[in-house]
Design a protein around this ligand. Structure first.
Ligand SMILES: [Zn+2]
Length: 253
């Protein structure tokens, strides 16, 4: 298998948009962070993380600036016009070229959003807490682009084959005042597990449902399971102590 450091977003948007998720391949970190870990907060050697980030930087324009987030499984989305110190939020958006928006994941769902004409981008870190508390809705509401001119790509996350949750997680998505058809569609995102009282949750389906409810029709991706694919992905649920993938999007100048 050849080493592949990134997976490009599979969507039909302006060629000015660059969007990708990294894999765990092609870096310098050692087990349990082997090898392309891009997170500084998971216990990996800081020099190795710096080397990995430098490898990633080589793939980008020299003028590209990074904005980093401290992610807290909340629902805040920040508008960024200039790269600065780390911000606390779980989503960010920008209309400024060469400003790289990124979130780190290892099972949580990275949601990439772009204006079809390449004028605005966003990226969202969506675990179940963020999904339930409206991180997708908050981010979309802050964008200037009309809904029919947005496209979404769902990056690599833990799939319904492995994302087992308790009844309280499922309950947090149901009976939230939506229409009954939306409620039954949301119920279908949770299949009873072989373990009593547990459910297999489909975060991709939940995200698609929420995006569709907002009026976004142009949605792709959602075809990986980070837990299943140990070759390509870190998985917190599978490994506990592990690295993080980076999900980045920017507008080319
Ligand atoms: Zn799986």
């Amino acid at each position: 298998m050849t080493c592949k450091r990134t997976i490009a977003a599979d969507w039909a948007v302006s060629s000015r948009i660059v969007a990708f998720s990294t894999t765990r391949q092609g870096g310098v970190s050692e087990s349990p962070y082997a090898s392309f870990n891009l997170a500084t907060h998971v216990g990996d050697d800081s020099h190795r993380v710096a080397s990995n980030r430098a490898l990633l930087q080589e793939l980008l324009p020299r003028a590209a600036e990074w904005q980093w987030l401290e992610q807290v499984h909340g629902n805040a989305a920040v508008v960024v016009n200039k790269a600065g110190p780390t911000l606390t939020a779980d989503a960010m958006l920008t209309a400024r070229p060469n400003l790289v928006c990124c979130v780190q994941t290892a099972d949580c769902l990275p949601v990439f959003v772009a204006a079809l004409d390449g004028t605005e981008v966003a990226v969202i870190h969506a675990g179940w807490k963020g999904l339930a508390s409206g991180v997708i809705e908050n981010t979309i509401s802050r964008m200037s682009t009309s809904l029919s001119n947005l496209a979404v790509w769902l990056g690599p996350a833990i799939g319904p084959c492995h994302f087992e949750v308790g009844a309280q997680v499922r309950d947090s998505f149901l009976a939230v005042g939506g229409s009954s058809s939306l409620d039954s569609a949301m119920e279908a995102c949770f299949i009873s597990s072989t373990n009593q009282g547990k459910f297999m949750a489909d975060m991709y389906a939940i995200a698609r449902l929420k995006l569709s409810a907002l009026g976004i029709v142009n949605i792709s991706g959602g075809n990986y399971c980070t837990y299943c694919d140990n070759e390509q992905f870190f998985s917190y649920r599978r490994d506990g102590t592990t690295g993080r993938m980076l999900n980045a999007i920017y507008i080319e100048a």
